[in-house]
Design a protein around this ligand. Structure first.
Ligand SMILES: Cc1cc2nc3c(=O)[nH]c(=O)nc-3n(C[C@H](O)[C@H](O)[C@H](O)COP(=O)(O)OP(=O)(O)OC[C@H]3O[C@@H](n4cnc5c(N)ncnc54)[C@H](O)[C@@H]3O)c2cc1C
Ligand code: FES
Length: 1108
C-alpha cells in the first residue's frame, strides 16, 4: 500500500497511519490524474493506507511534504491552520491539510457544503478544535488579512509526461469512474435536464453526500461498488429500482444485463460470466409518473456503513394514484441486497392510501424476514427501519401526488467563541493570557512533528508482533514455538520465561499460566501453537439489565514503542506514554536493572486521555524483554484492531439509585449503588472506586447521601480510567436521577436542578468547602443564551462541578531534574525541560514562561525524558500545566537570583548582556526547580482533610441545532488552546454519550475493533451553532497566574446532548400517552432512540413478531 511505500522506500513520514481501514483520514494524500474527456487534471484526496501502488498508473501523488514544509516554506493552508489553532496533538493534521489542499486545487472558492464534504472522511479523533477551525479558515471567520494570499507558484505541477501517456477509456458513467466523479457528473447533469427525468439521479446524489468519506468516494469505483454487491453497498438498490443496465465485455464480445434484484442476489443466470467485466453503467431517465426515493440509517450521519438502506420506486397510471409498477429493495438485512418483489407484485393495482400502507408494511415484514438470531444484531431495530422507510416513502409520494414541493434545508454552521485576553499594561513579551499558537502548530500541519512511529529504524532493528489469547478464560498448557521459528525472518519467540525480573505488577506483561480475557498477550514475535483448556468465563457485571455505559475510548495515535539497547546494559525506551517514570520502573524491574540504566524518552504523544498511563508500561516490558533477549533494538506498534482489543476501555458502569424528594423537587436523601466492570485486572481500580464518592455529588447538595461502589472482576480486557476518571459515568448517573425526580414531580428539569444545586459557600458531601458563586454565574449566563424558556422540548441544560487533580499530594508532586530544568546558554537562548508530557494539550506552549521576561523566540522546549527529570508523575488529572509551570516558575526565580546582581550593575543592559556577563563571572546559568504539589490529604475513613485543590465549573445547554457552553476557566494562560480544549472535549463527550458503542460476542470476543464498527464523531456531528463563552472576571488564587486546569471536565458537558435527546424522546412518548419512567442507556444511539420512542413502527414489529 502507498502509505508503507512512503515510509519504507522514500522515507517520508508526514503521512500518518491511524487505522489502516480507510476510516480516519490520517493517511490522506492527493492523487492527480488527467481526464482526457474534459482535458482537465482532476485532484482527489485518497487514503494511502488502502491505495495499492499498482493502481497509480498515470497518476501523480502529492503528500504533505510536497505541499509545504518549514524549509523552504510552508503552504498558506498549513500556516492558517496552525495560526488559527487548528491542531492539537497534530497526529492527523497532515491528513486534514491534504483533504483541504485537494479541495482547493479543484475549487478555489469552495462552498461550505464542499468544505464539509471534504472533511467528512475524517474523524474527530482527539479533543481538538481542528474541524471547526478548518471550517473557519475557509468561511472567513478568521481574519484573512493576517495571512498572505495563496501563491500559485508554490503549487505542485502535474507532471506533463502523464498527460501524454494516458489511454482514453473514460465513459460518461464508466465502471472505472470513482464515486466522487459520479457525484460531480450528476451534479452537472441534473440542472440541465427536466426535473422529471432526474429523480433517480437525485436519489444517487442523496446517498453520495453521506456514503463513506470524500477520500473513499474518490477511490471507490462504480464498477467495484456494483460488483462487490455487499448488502451495505447502498447505490445498488437505487440502481436496481431505477432499472440500470450493465454494459459488459469479455474476450467473447459485448452484452448487456439488467442490474436487478437477481443480479444483486448473485443468481447465476443474471450474473457476470467468468472473465467478463463491466465497462459502463446505463442509468435511465425517470418518468413523469415515477417516484424514486433512497433511504439509509447509519450509526452516525457520515462515514459509517448503513445499518439498513433502501431504494424504492413506484410508477402510477398517468393522472391517477393507481400503482402500475413498484420495486422495493433493502440492504443491511441479509448477506445480499433483498427485494420485496412478492409484496410489490401483490400491491400492483392498489390505490396509494392508508389501507395500502398497512397492507404493504405487513407484506414487507413477512417477506423480508429477519430471525432474532440474525447476524449483525439490532434485529428489532432493523425490522422497524424496514417499515419506517416504507412509511417515509409513502409520505413523500403522497406529497408528490398532491404536488407538494419539498424544500431542501440549508446548512448553516456558526461557530463562535469568546476569549479572555491579556490584561491592560501587560508587557508585550509576556505570553500569559494571549492566544499563542501551539508551539508545534506548524510542524503538525507540515507533518514534520516526529511521533514515535516516525523515528527511522536503527541498524539491526527487529519488529515485534504479539500473539494474543483467543478465549475469555483459559489455561495455557503449552506454547510450542518451533513452527514459528522455522518461518523465514523469525529471530525469536519471547514468552514470560524470558523475563529476567518482574513480569509486570498487577497485570502480567506476558501471560504466565492462566489467561483471563480475549486479547491477553501470550508471547511476542510470530504465530505459535497454543493448546488451551477451557474454563468458565464471566463477562458482564449485570446480565439481566443493560449496562449504562459501554464505551471504548479513542486515541488516534496507536500505542507505539521502540527500545534501543546500548552498552553497559543501558536501554533507551521511546514510548507513547503519560508516565515516563513508571515505564522506567517497570522496565528496570523486568530486566533486574537499576533505574539509572533505563532512559525513557517522549517527544510528543498523539492523544492520550488517561489511556496511556497503565497500558504502555506492559508494552514497554514486552519490547524491553525482547530487546534484552535478542540483543537488538526492537520496534513495536499495535495495529488499530489489536490496540482496541488489548488496551481496554472506559469502565462500563451500572448504577442503581433510591432517592427521597419533596413535591417541590428538593432531594432529601439518596442511596447510590455503583458497579464498575473493571475487566480482568485491577488496573487503576483502587483509585477509581473511592473517587466515585466525591464525583457523584456533582453540583447537587444532598443532605443524606450514601454512595457504594463495587469493583467487578470479569473476563474482559482490563479497563482503565479515561478522561475524567469516572466522572463522565458518575455525572450522567446523577443527572439521570435528577431527570427522574423532575418527571415524578412534573417539574421542569432546570427547576429541579436549581433547587438542589449548591448555593454560595458550602460544604460538599465529603466536607470540602467551596464557593458555588461561579457555578451559578455560568448557569445563569447559559440559561440566557439560547432563549432557554422559549424552547419547549428537546433541550437540556447541564451544570458541572469537577474536582481538579488527585486526593494525594504525592500525585501533584513535580520534581525538576537533578541536573537541570532550565539552562541559559551564553547566547541568551534558553532550554526548558519539565516533567509534563506534550499530549496535544499544549503544555509546552503554555510553559513558554512569563518569568524570564524574554521573548518566546529565545525559549526552546524539547523532549520529556527521565534523563533530565526524575521521578515525575503522571501528566493527567487536568493539572499537568499548572504543577509543571510552578516548577518552571521556581527555577526561573532561582536563576533571577543568580542574575540579580549583574542586572543591578547594568540596569539598562539587555538580556544577552546580563547572560554574557553572568558567564564571565562564573554565575550558574542552569538551575533546577521544584513544586511540592497541592496539599490534598482527605482520609476516606475519617472523612477529614482536604480532598482536591479546587473545583472547576461549567454549564452546557444543547437543543436540536445548537450548543452553548459557559466555562469558568478563570484567567486562562492561553485562550486559543483552552477554547479548543473545551470545544474538542465537548464533541468527544457527544461521541461517548450518543455514538460509541462496544459489542462483545457471548464468548467475550470484542466485535468492535476499528472505525468501521466503532463510530466516533465526525465534522457533521459538530452542532450547527456552537458557542463557547469563558466566564469573565473570574480568579483562582490556588493555581498559577490565577488559571484553572481545563483538561477533563468539559467532556461531561457533552451529556447535554444526551439529555436533550432524552427530553425529545420523552415528549414523543408523552404525545402517545406512554409511561414516562423510561431510562435510556448510554450511548444513546439512533437505535436506542428509535426503540425508546416506542412508536407505531416498533409496535407494529413487536405485534408482528408475537404472531409468528
Ligand atoms: C472506509 C470505507 C467506508 C465505506 N463506506 C461505505 C458507505 O457508507 N456506503 C457504501 O455503500 N459503501 C461504502 N464503502 C464501500 C465502498 O463503496 C466500496 O468499497 C467500493 O464501492 C468498492 O469499490 P472499489 O473500486 O474499491 O472496488 P474493488 O474492491 O476494487 O472491487 C470490488 C470487486 O469488484 C471487482 N470489479 C471492480 N471493477 C469491476 C468491473 N469494472 N467489472 C467487473 N468487476 C469489477 C473487483 O475485481 C473486486 O472483486 C466503504 C468502504 C470503505 C473502505
Ligand atoms: S490510516 Fe488510512 S484512513 Fe486511517
Amino acid at each position: 500500500m502507498l502509505k508503507f511505500f512512503f515510509f519504507n522506500a522514500v522515507h517520508l513520514s508526514g503521512t500518518k497511519y491511524g487505522c489502516g481501514v480507510g476510516g480516519c483520514g490520517a493517511c490522506t494524500v492527493m492523487i492527480s490524474t488527467y481526464d482526457p474527456v474534459t482535458k482537465q487534471i482532476q485532484h482527489r484526496p485518497a487514503n494511502s493506507c488502502l491505495f495499492p501502488i499498482c493502481s497509480l498508473h498515470g497518476a501523480a501523488v502529492t503528500t504533505v511534504e510536497e505541499v509545504g514544509s518549514i524549509k523552504p516554506r510552508i503552504h498558506t493552508i498549513q500556516e492558517r491552520l496552525a495560526k488559527c489553532n487548528g491542531s492539537q496533538c497534530g497526529f492527523c493534521t497532515p491528513g486534514k491539510v491534504m483533504s483541504i489542499y485537494a479541495l482547493l486545487r479543484n475549487h478555489a472558492e469552495p462552498s461550505m457544503e464542499k468544505i464539509i464534504a471534504a472533511l467528512d472522511g475524517r474523524f474527530q479523533t482527539v479533543n481538538c478544535k481542528k474541524y471547526n477551525k478548518g471550517i473557519n479558515i475557509h468561511s472567513g471567520l478568521c481574519n484573512t488579512e493576517e495571512f498572505p494570499p495563496v501563491d500559485p507558484t508554490q503549487e505542485f505541477i502535474f507532471p506533463p509526461e502523464l498527460i501524454v501517456g494516458l489511454i482514453d477509456f473514460w465513459l460518461v458513467i464508466g465502471a472505472a469512474c470513482c464515486l466522487a466523479q459520479l457525484r460531480d457528473i450528476l451534479m452537472k447533469a441534473v440542472p440541465k435536464l427536466a426535473e422529471e427525468k432526474t429523480k433517480i439521479y437525485q436519489a444517487f446524489l442523496q446517498h453520495l453526500r453521506t456514503l463513506a468519506g470524500e477520500q473513499m468516494r474518490s477511490m471507490a469505483s462504480l464498477g467495484g461498488h456494483i460488483v462487490s454487491r455487499a448488502s451495505t453497498r447502498e447505490l445498488n438498490p437505487i440502481s436496481s429500482v431505477g432499472k440500470s443496465v450493465l454494459n459488459l465485455a469479455s474476450e467473447d464480445g459485448k452484452r448487456q444485463i439488467l442490474l436487478n434484484d437477481q443480479f444483486l442476489a448473485g443468481c447465476e443466470h443474471a450474473d457476470l460470466k467468468a472473465k467478463e467485466v463491466i465497462v459502463s453503467v446505463l442509468i435511465p431517465y425517470s418518468m413523469k409518473d415515477d417516484f424514486i426515493s433512497a433511504f439509509r440509517q447509519a450509526e452516525s450521519q457520515k462515514n459509517a456503513l448503513s445499518i439498513v438502506n433502501s431504494g424504492m420506486r413506484i410508477l402510477f397510471s398517468p393522472g391517477t394514484d393507481t400503482i402500475v409498477d413498484l420495486s422495493i429493495l433493502y440492504g443491511g438485512i441479509g448477506s445480499t441486497i433483498l427485494s420485496a418483489r412478492k409484496s410489490c407484485e401483490k400491491l400492483i393495482g392498489r390505490q396509494w392510501n392508508d389501507q395500502m400502507l398497512n397492507e404493504a408494511c405487513r407484506l414487507v415484514l413477512e417477506e423480508i424476514f429477519l430471525p432474532p438470531s440474525a447476524l449483525g444484531r439490532k434485529v428489532e431495530y432493523r425490522r422497524t427501519l424496514l417499515v419506517s422507510f416504507l412509511f417515509r416513502f409513502y409520505l413523500e409520494v403522497l406529497h408528490g401526488l398532491n404536488q407538494m414541493v419539498r424544500t431542501g434545508q440549508e446548512l448553516h454552521t456558526h461557530i463562535s467563541v469568546q476569549a479572555t485576553i491579556h490584561t491592560p499594561g501587560q508587557p508585550p513579551q509576556d505570553p500569559v493570557g494571549r492566544p499563542i499558537m501551539h508551539q508545534s502548530g506548524i510542524k503538525h500541519t507540515t507533518g514534520e512533528e516526529v511521533y514515535i512511529d516516525d523515528i527511522r529504524p536503527v541498524d539491526g532493528e527487529l519488529s515485534l508482533a504479539l500473539v494474543t489469547n483467543i478465549k475469555a478464560h483459559t489455561k495455557i498448557m503449552s506454547i510450542n514455538a518451533s513452527e514459528a521459528l522455522q518461518v523465514p525472518g523469525v529471530v525469536d519467540v519471547v514468552t514470560a520465561r524470558d523475563v529476567p525480573g518482574e513480569n509486570g505488577k498487577d497485570e502480567q506483561a506476558y501471560a504466565e499460566d492462566k489467561v483471563v480475557c480475549v486479547g491477553q498477550i501470550i508471547c511476542a514475535v510470530v504465530a505459535v501453537k497454543i493448546v488451551y483448556e477451557d474454563l468458565e468465563p464471566i463477562l458482564t457485571i449485570e446480565v439481566t439489565i443493560c449496562l449504562l455505559f459501554n464505551n471504548r475510548f479513542r486515541i488516534l495515535e496507536l500505542e507505539y514503542l521502540l527500545d534501543h539497547r546500548r552498552e553497559d546494559k543501558e536501554m533507551d525506551v521511546y514510548v507513547s506514554t503519560q508516565h515516563a517514570t513508571d515505564v522506567q520502573e517497570f522496565v528496570a524491574s523486568a530486566l533486574n536493572l537499576q533505574y539509572n540504566k533505563i532512559m525513557c524518552h517522549m517527544k510528543c504523544v498523539g492523544g492520550a486521555f488517561g489511556g496511556k498511563i497503565t497500558k504502555p508500561l506492559l508494552f514497554a516490558v514486552i519490547a524491553a524483554v525482547a530487546a534484552n533477549k535478542t540483543g537488538h533494538a526492537v520496534c513495536f506498534a499495535l495495529e488499530r484492531n489489536m490496540d482496541m482489543l488489548i488496551t481496554g476501555r472506559w469502565h462500563p458502569f451500572f448504577g442503581k439509585y433510591k432517592v427521597g424528594f419533596m413535591n417541590d423537587g428538593r432531594i432529601r436523601a439518596a442511596d447510590f449503588q455503583c458497579y464498575i466492570n473493571g475487566g480482568c485486572t485491577k488496573d487503576e481500580f483502587e483509585s477509581v472506586s473511592p473517587s466515585l464518592i466525591p464525583l457523584i455529588g456533582q453540583c447537587i447538595y444532598i443532605l443524606n447521601l450514601l454512595v457504594r461502589g463495587h469493583a467487578c472482576k470479569t473476563n474482559l480486557p482490563s479497563n482503565t480510567a479515561f478522561r475524567g476518571f469516572e466522572f463522565p459515568q458518575a455525572g450522567l448517573f446523577v443527572e439521570t436521577c435528577i431527570v427522574a425526580v423532575a418527571t415524578q414531580t412534573d417539574l421542569p428539569h432546570e427547576k429541579v436542578r436549581e433547587i438542589n444545586m449548591y448555593k454560595r459557600v458550602n460544604l460538599t458531601s465529603f466536607k470540602e468547602k467551596f464557593d458555588a458563586e461561579n457555578l451559578w454565574k455560568c448557569w445563569e449566563e447559559c440559561l440566557d443564551k439560547p432563549d432557554y424558556y422559549s424552547k419547549k422540548k428537546g433541550i437540556a441544560i447541564i451544570p458541572m462541578k469537577f474536582s481538579v487533580g488527585f486526593n494525594a499530594t504525592y500525585f501533584h508532586q513535580v520534581t525538576s531534574s537533578n541536573q537541570s530544568l532550565v539552562h541559559i546558554y551564553i547566547d541568551g537562548s534558553v532550554l526548558v525541560t519539565h516533567g509534563g508530557i506534550e499530549l496535544g494539550q499544549g503544555i509546552h506552549t503554555k510553559m513558554s514562561h512569563r518569568e524570564l521576561k524574554i521573548p518566546l523566540s529565545y525559549i526552546h522546549l524539547c523532549e520529556t525524558s527521565t534523563t533530565t527529570v526524575t521521578s515525575g508523575k503522571y501528566t493527567a488529572g487536568s493539572t499537568g500545566t499548572e504543577i509543571n509551570a510552578r516548577a518552571v516558575q521556581d527555577v526561573c526565580q532561582i536563576l533571577w537570583k543568580h542574575l540579580d546582581p549583574i542586572q543591578r550593575d547594568n540596569p539598562n543592559g539587555k538580556w544577552e548582556d546580563w547572560i554574557s556577563e553572568g558567564h564571565k563571572q562564573s554565575t550558574s546559568l542552569s538551575a533546577t526547580g521544584y513544586f511540592k504539589g497541592y496539599v490534598t490529604n482527605m482520609n476516606q475513613d475519617t472523612e477529614k482533610g482536604h480532598a482536591f485543590p479546587y473545583f472547576r465549573f461549567g454549564v452546557s445547554c444543547s437543543e436540536n441545532i445548537g450548543t452553548d457552553i459557559v466555562m469558568d476557566a478563570c484567567f486562562t494562560i492561553n485562550p486559543a488552546i483552552d477554547i479548543g480544549q473545551i470545544e474538542g472535549a465537548f464533541i468527544q463527550g457527544v461521541g461517548l454519550y450518543t455514538l460509541e458503542e462496544i459489542f462483545f460476542s457471548p464468548e467475550g470476543e470484542q466485535l468492535t475493533l476499528g472505525p468501521d464498527t466503532y463510530k466516533i464523531p465526525a465534522i457533521c456531528d459538530i452542532p450547527e451553532q456552537f458557542c463557547v463563552y469563558l466566564l469573565p472576571n473570574s480568579c483562582n488564587s490556588i493555581a498559577i497566574y490565577s488559571s484553572k486546569g481545563v483538561g477533563e471536565a468539559r467532556f461531561f458537558l457533552g451529556s447535554s446532548v444526551f439529555f436533550a435527546i432524552q427530553d425529545a424522546v420523552a415528549a414523543a412518548r408523552k404525545e402517545r400517552g406512554l409511561p414516562m419512567d423510561f431510562t435510556p442507556n448510554s450511548p444513546l444511539t439512533v437505535e436506542r432512540i428509535c426503540m425508546a420512542c416506542d412508536d407505531v413502527f416498533t409496535e407494529m414489529v413487536r405485534l408482528f413478531s408475537s404472531l409468528l
